[in-house]
Design a protein around this ligand. Structure first.
Ligand code: GLU
Length: 278
């Protein structure tokens, strides 16, 4: 088993991340496998080296060890963009000059309760030659699915909420995912789910262990894996750690930051207990 913890360093490590990291670490170690640490910091405005340093410190304090060096997506943005070029030749991308907000949404992992807005297709059909500086590149999902006719678009899930084999529902993907933004060249912008799919393949990840909030993003990653000829790992989406009101913890939930618990004298064993791990 090769797995990873892949935080976006946009805030302190909180209980929810700690759960994700400990779970992935323990599963890898129990299997005699490999546990990697990856900083998903493609959103250069929101990701800060200070947060990364604190996350690393908290993980070490929790007693977690990772194998090899930390991989930083910010070091690889040029390579993600270069790998998109062959896809442009396949006719499954088009340039788009629509809203920045949409592009921002593609940058970071989705937030629970914030529905993904499906792009209405205003720029669809624009030829690649019409691409202007600052245009985003969108996936023409219908064309991509046509190109993947005959492919078995599916993945195995071992998490508690939806265990089993899942087939990507092509109709549902068109309705709910649509023509996603993949990158914007020249501005070092690349969608988080694309960078993450490349990295999982490059790091030979066999098992992706991550929060349940990302389950709905797995189909687009499977589609991209097939378009780029990448393997599909096994997925394990785990339960989310919620606050007393049932809300998922967010980065701004400073009260549940591991740093706070440390300052208040908690031990790593206390943190494990709080998230329900032995
Ligand atoms: N970077 C994502 C997050 O912080 C995790 C992505 C993944 O594990 O695939 O939510």
């Amino acid at each position: 088993m090769r797995t990873r913890f892949a935080p976006s360093p946009t805030g302190p490590l909180h209980l929810g991340h700690a759960y994700s990291a400990i779970l992935a670490h323990d599963m890898a170690r129990a299997a005699g496998g490999t546990f990697l640490l990856r900083m998903e910091n493609t959103d250069l405005e929101r990701c800060k080296p200070e947060w990364e340093a604190l996350i690393v410190e908290d993980l070490a304090w929790l007693g977690l060890t990772w194998d090899g060096d930390i991989l930083r997506q910010s070091d690889r943005i040029g390579s993600y963009n270069a790998r998109l070029e062959p896809l442009a030749e396949q006719g499954v991308l088009y340039p788009c000059s629509c809203t920045r907000g949409d592009i921002r949404a593609a940058l970071s992992a989705p937030q629970e309760g914030v529905p993904h807005a499906v792009y209405p297709g205003t720029c669809r059909g624009r030829p690649m030659e019409s691409r202007r500086p600052g245009d985003a590149l969108r996936l023409d999902l219908q064309r991509a699915l046509d190109a993947l006719r005959g492919h078995d678009l599916s993945f195995s899930e071992t998490g508690p909420a939806h265990p089993g084999r899942h087939r990507v529902d092509r109709e549902a993907a068109l309705r709910t995912i649509g023509d996603v933004v993949l990158s914007r060249k020249g501005e070092d912008i690349v969608a988080y789910f694309l960078a993450s799919a490349f990295d999982d393949a490059d790091q030979a990840i066999s098992h992706v262990i991550r929060g349940e909030d990302l389950f709905d993003f797995t189909p687009i990653q499977v589609i991209l894996q097939h378009l780029f000829g990448l393997p599909t790992p096994v997925y394990h989406h785990h339960r989310l750690i919620r606050d007393e009101t049932g809300k998922r913890l967010a980065k701004r939930d400073d009260a549940r930051a591991i740093r706070r618990f440390r300052e208040d004298g908690a031990s790593p064993a206390d943190i494990r207990r709080m998230v329900g791990l032995p």
